[in-house]
Design a protein around this ligand. Structure first.
Ligand SMILES: O=P(O)(O)OC[C@H]1O[C@H](OP(=O)(O)OP(=O)(O)O)[C@H](O)[C@@H]1O
Ligand SMILES: O=C(O)c1cc(=O)[nH]c(=O)[nH]1
Ligand SMILES: [Mg+2]
Length: 192
């Protein structure tokens, strides 16, 4: 599946939003990929995640013990991708702002692949890696449906993206005037 097909699915679902958005990193952007509007459709989610699972299988040699999704956005794609990989899916969720593996135990040395929805700065993946490494897991790769950095983000492990789609993002104190003129909204769940 190529980038045009992935973006086609997002557009068809009405998931490519335009306005003024506060991203989880604090950056501001005129475009927000509202993945929830894609993941509400099982058929669309299946097509995307089956293709992502195929890319992961090609890129990751050896056994994968778990797929880990960072909540909330990573929950559905991690689960659906894990189904195609034939491995269990678990998740990290925020407790006091920090990602924690609150509901599961993993053995020391477990080989895990993180599956995210969207990557912008890679911050959420790096936080997930920190949490998993503290527990003794080996993060062999990370994967996402759309990489908004188009390959520029370094998360410290190989990042497998189903699609790369570069979207502008600006620090809050350096907004272009057309963006500054629109009231900002924050769709994600960090800090709520
Ligand atoms: O690469 P980054 O700069 O970290 O941005 C991407 C992250 O932002 C979104 O999560 P968010 O924290 O907004 O909440 P959500 O998972 O509930 O959507 C998205 O799900 C990714 O986790
Ligand atoms: O960077 C983000 O927070 C982000 C961007 C985006 O397009 N979609 C999303 O869910 N999060
Ligand atoms: Mg998220």
């Amino acid at each position: 599946m190529n980038t045009d097909e992935v973006l086609g699915i997002f557009r068809e679902a009405g998931a490519v939003l335009e306005g003024h958005f506060i991203l989880t990193s604090g950056l501001r952007s005129p475009v927000f990929l509202q993945k929830a509007r894609v993941f509400m459709h099982a058929d669309k989610t299946e097509r995307l995640c089956k293709a992502l699972a195929g890319k992961i299988r090609k890129a990751v040699p050896g056994k994968i013990d778990y797929v880990v999704g960072p909540a909330i956005g990573g929950l559905i794609p991690a689960y659906e991708t894990s189904r195609h990989l034939g491995v269990p899916a678990i998740w990290v969720e925020r407790e006091g702002g920090e990602f924690r593996l609150r509901r599961f135990e993993i053995a020391e040395g477990a080989r895990v692949v993180i599956v995210e929805d969207i990557v912008t700065t890679g911050l959420s993946i790096r936080e997930t890696i920190d949490c998993l490494r503290e527990l003794g897991a080996e993060v062999v790769a990370a994967a996402c449906i759309i990489d908004r950095s188009a390959g520029k983000t370094d998360v410290g492990v190989p990042l497998i993206a189903l699609a790369e789609y570069e979207v502008p993002a600006y620090p809050a104190d350096r907004l272009p005037p057309e963006l500054a003129a629109i009231p900002a909204v924050k769709p994600g769940s960090r800090n709520i």
